[in-house]
Design a binder for this molecule. Structure first.
Ligand code: LCS
Length: 398
């Protein structure tokens, strides 16, 4: 039990103390890694009662584990939701949420700029199981209203979206979902609860690739879902139990450790990203920059309204197309040419041929991911070193 009033504590305090304070058994200040697949019952009745839902207790780590519980409690606090459930990856979290909300014959209404893996799940994999997804331009709110039909069982949005940093008005979208009595699911991976809390804006369910800023160190693949307790209990009791997309105790612990510095890291990611976005915005070899913190971002006002900070991801279009982008990516020395984002290390990648190669060439064009479109995941290194690196690499681009 924590000695402080967690309801009154501020975000950075919750990051450090939210998981419940010291371990009561040993006084350990770091939640132990309960590396155990199964848990002994006190007697036969105890086991039967837990199975019957008449007593609380751990049974088997596919359904729950004390290290995982500590993580889930903390994430629920940070997102200001009732409960949370951890998964083995962001995709396990997203696919589990969709499976919990849709049956064969149902459809999902989704924004059209999504992480490429989510787009593939929506357009290729789910239809094979009778669940269809309509991807629409979510910046035009009427598109949601126009496309809901009697078989639509949820609205799914990613904001800001990976990789174009397109924003969707969560509060307005939530009103539409409520009117039609369907849940709004928001992928909150890029902003994290430090910069955006969708549940407070009216969303029903939040999903995360915790692989990114929540873990923060490029060493863990994991996912999270936050929502009402009743929903999370059902998700655990049905989808997690039957599909088994569980997080490991070690990975739950790595996320708990990552979370302790989330506020600090997010401030530094943002500070660095803002500086680099401005530098790129004025660079003669750069055609356009997308970063919600820039006043030139088409939805800067919305970003200020629904986020408290702008994150660490920047995308830009380099003059000279794919060839110029390749030259840049092959010339950086401090940025690592790798997918993923949210790590302390700065990363660079080409969405069109990498993270978003699941989009058809026509779809890439329609969402504005051109051949010269490059994504940066700005880390926490010194910003001058990062700028110098981009500067020397841009000089090599013809
Ligand atoms: N949602 C978003 C916004 C993501 O960026 C990713 C992964 C996922 C969900 C899926 O999470 P995962 O299963 O990988 O934990 N994004 C990646 C990216 O931009 N590069 O590599 C993975």
């Amino acid at each position: 039990m924590s000695r402080i009033d967690l309801k009154k504590a501020h975000f950075s305090t919750l990051c450090v103390h939210g998981s419940g304070g010291v371990d009561p058994a040993t006084g350990a200040i770091s939640t132990p890694i309960y590396q155990s697949s199964t848990f002994a019952f006190k007697n036969a009745k105890h086991g039967a009662d837990i199975f019957a839902g008449e007593q609380e207790g751990y049974v088997y780590s596919r359904i729950g584990n004390p290290t995982q519980t500590a993580l889930e409690k903390e994430v629920a606090f940070l997102e200001q939701g009732e409960a949370s459930l951890a998964f083995g990856s962001g995709m396990a979290a997203i696919s589990s949420v969709i499976l919990s909300l849709c049956k064969s014959g149902n459809n999902v209404l989704s924004s059209n700029v999504l992480y490429g893996g989510t787009h593939n799940l929506f357009m290729i994999t789910l239809p094979q199981y009778g669940i269809t997804v309509k991807e629409i331009d979510g910046t035009i709110l009427e598109n949601f209203e126009k496309n809901i039909d009697e078989n639509t069982t949820c609205i799914y949005i990613e904001t800001p979206a990976n990789p174009t940093l397109t924003l969707i008005d969560i509060a307005e979208c939530a009103k539409i979902a409520k009117k039609h009595k369907i849940p709004l699911v928001v992928d909150n991976t890029l902003p994290t609860p430090y910069h955006q809390r969708p549940l407070n804006l009216g969303a029903d369910i939040v999903v995360h690739s915790a692989t990114k800023y929540i873990g923060g160190h490029g060493d863990t693949v994991a996912g999270l879902v936050v929502g009402k307790r009743e929903y999370i209990d059902r998700l655990r009791g049905e989808i997690l139990r039957d599909f088994g997309g569980i997080i490991s105790p070690l990975n739950a612990w790595l996320l708990l450790r990552g979370l302790k510095t989330l506020a600090l890291r997010m401030d530094k990611h943002e500070e660095n990203a803002m500086e680099i976005a401005k530098f790129l915005n004025f660079h003669p070899k750069v055609k356009q920059v997308w970063y919600p913190g820039l006043t030139t971002h088409p939805q800067h006002e919305l970003a200020k309204k629904q986020m408290t900070g702008f994150g660490g991801v920047i995308s830009f279009e380099i003059k000279g197309g794919r060839k110029a982008g390749e030259k840049l990516m092959n010339s950086v020395k401090l940025f690592t040419l790798a997918v993923s984002l949210g790590d302390v290390d700065s990363l660079i990648e080409h969405p069109g041929s990498m993270t978003h190669s699941t989009y058809s060439p026509e779809d890439l064009e329609s969402v504005g991911i051109s051949e010269g479109f490059v994504r940066l995941a700005v880390g926490i290194e010194d910003r001058n070193d990062l700028k110098d690196d981009l500067s020397q690499a841009l000089k090599k681009v013809q």
